[in-house]
Design a protein around this ligand. Structure first.
Ligand code: DX5
Ligand code: ZN
Length: 216
């Protein structure tokens, strides 16, 4: 199975969002990663529901919505209605993660859990069979363009072990600081999906950059 690529529109040109989305539609991207930041869970505000709807209006690829917000249960339905195919919530933002995962699935979305760099994958031991995707943050969430944290490789191994041990079908997504140097190593370590923001959108040719990541 080849690696899946999810370019993050956080690094796109917001004033030309339609053409950025059309470029992603034509590219080898598998998903469009949509970063929602509330200025509370993370120290930055990105965009919200109307912009997600606008992205969805033009996108022909599934939206992978990453909620970096407190108490995400309040907004699951709104993001489903805005076009989300995958909704990922942060473990650190949920008091009742199992309930939240069921709520995402009841909406007909794939359920993802994101973990901050300091959060152990072992905390997912009792819910791994309920999770479609684990998003391992390889930077502290809040900003694009940060440096990749190398401990992520260990976390991929631990998570892969847990998934196999429990007979789960969970996909492993890596988010933050992904580039052409670490992408082959991440794929080799067991990642299924790579999110890439600045590496794609600050490249001279984002379309070709997606292709090169896809074909590592
Ligand atoms: C960080 C976001 C990431 C970000 C990745 O909080 O969750 O998805 O857009 O951007 P890069 O690839 O630039 O690190
Ligand atoms: Zn993200």
């Amino acid at each position: 199975m080849s690696i899946k690529i999810a370019p993050s529109v956080l690094a796109a040109d917001f004033a030309n969002l339609q053409s950025e989305i059309e470029m992603l539609n034509a590219s080898e991207a598998d998903f469009i990663h949509v970063d929602i930041m509330d200025g509370v869970f993370v120290p930055n505000i990105s965009f919200g529901i109307p912009v997600t709807e606008a992205i969805n209006k033009h996108a022909t690829k599934p939206l992978d919505v990453h909620l970096m917000i407190v108490d995400p249960d309040r907004y699951l339905e709104a993001f489903k209605n805005a076009g989300a195919s995958i909704i990922s919530v942060h473990l650190e933002a949920c008091n009742h993660l199992h309930r939240t995962l069921q709520a995402i699935k009841e909406l007909g979305c794939k359920a993802g859990v994101a973990l901050n760099p300091h959060t152990s994958v072992q905390l997912l031991e009792d819910v791994i069979n309920d999770i479609d995707l684990v998003c391992l943050m390889s930077v502290n969430p809040g900003f694009g363009g940060q440096k990749f944290i190398a401990n992520t490789y260990n976390k991929i191994s631990q998570l892969k072990y847990l998934i196999n041990q429990k007979g789960a079908n969970t996909l492993i997504e890596i988010d933050g600081g992904v580039n052409k140097l670490n992408a082959p190593l991440l794929a080799e370590a067991g990642a299924d999906i790579l999110v890439a923001g600045s590496f794609v959108f600050s490249a001279e040719n984002p379309f070709e950059t997606i292709k090169s990541l896809k074909n590592i």
